[in-house]
Design a protein around this ligand. Structure first.
Ligand code: OFO
Length: 183
């Protein structure tokens, strides 16, 4: 429990954003299994890690709510799409989705400003930076897939490259163990 009290007007949009982050995790996990079904294992691996990152985004936000005197609530997550016409369509979807999420983060920063909640505004700076990175990496992969086109060898090379991605927790934040428990 921190020293500041989160207002209800800030609490709820943060929980809703955590829900969108969890939806992102569902979406990328769904894409991961789509890629597995078409035997593109590097792409499947990349998406699986992306789904993990989104779970980190979810929990980091809810931990902030819970640690700021608010109440972290888990909301229903809708089922994501499960099939795409091609890797290109899937990555186009990622690209569009991340732009939507960036807009949501900016809206949340706007709520923090209206609420004169400087601590939350500062907390959200991490998400603003993260969105810049997410947009860059989705751009990069989208361009790679676009350049490969229908060329099987180029797609296989892209698949191999994406299979090299490694998972990294944000500095100072891991989702296991729960930070309130010493291990
Ligand atoms: Fe959480 O960054 Fe993507 O959605």
């Amino acid at each position: 429990m921190g020293f500041i009290m989160l207002s209800e007007k800030m609490n709820e949009p943060l929980c809703q954003q955590a829900n969108r982050e969890l939806y992102s995790s569902y979406l990328y996990l769904s894409m991961s299994y789509y890629f597995e079904s078409i035997k593109m294992e590097g792409f499947a691996h990349w998406m699986r890690l992306q789904a993990g990152e989104e779970l980190v985004h979810t929990m980091k936000m809810l931990d902030y709510v819970a640690g700021s005197g608010g109440r972290a609530r888990i909301l229903a997550v809708e089922a994501p799409q499960s099939d795409w016409g091609s890797p290109l369509q899937a990555f186009q979807h990622v690209w569009e989705h991340e732009r939507i999420v960036t807009g949501l983060i900016h809206a949340l920063v706007g709520v923090a400003e209206e609420e004169k909640d400087g601590a939350t505004g500062q907390f959200l700076e991490w998400y603003e930076k993260e969105q810049v990175e997410e947009e860059e990496s989705s751009d990069e992969v989208l361009n790679l897939v676009k350049a490969a086109g229908e060329d099987i060898a180029a797609l296989a090379a892209a698949d191999k490259k994406l299979g090299e991605r490694r998972f990294r927790f944000p500095r100072g934040f891991e989702i296991f163990p729960y930070s309130g428990v010493k291990q």
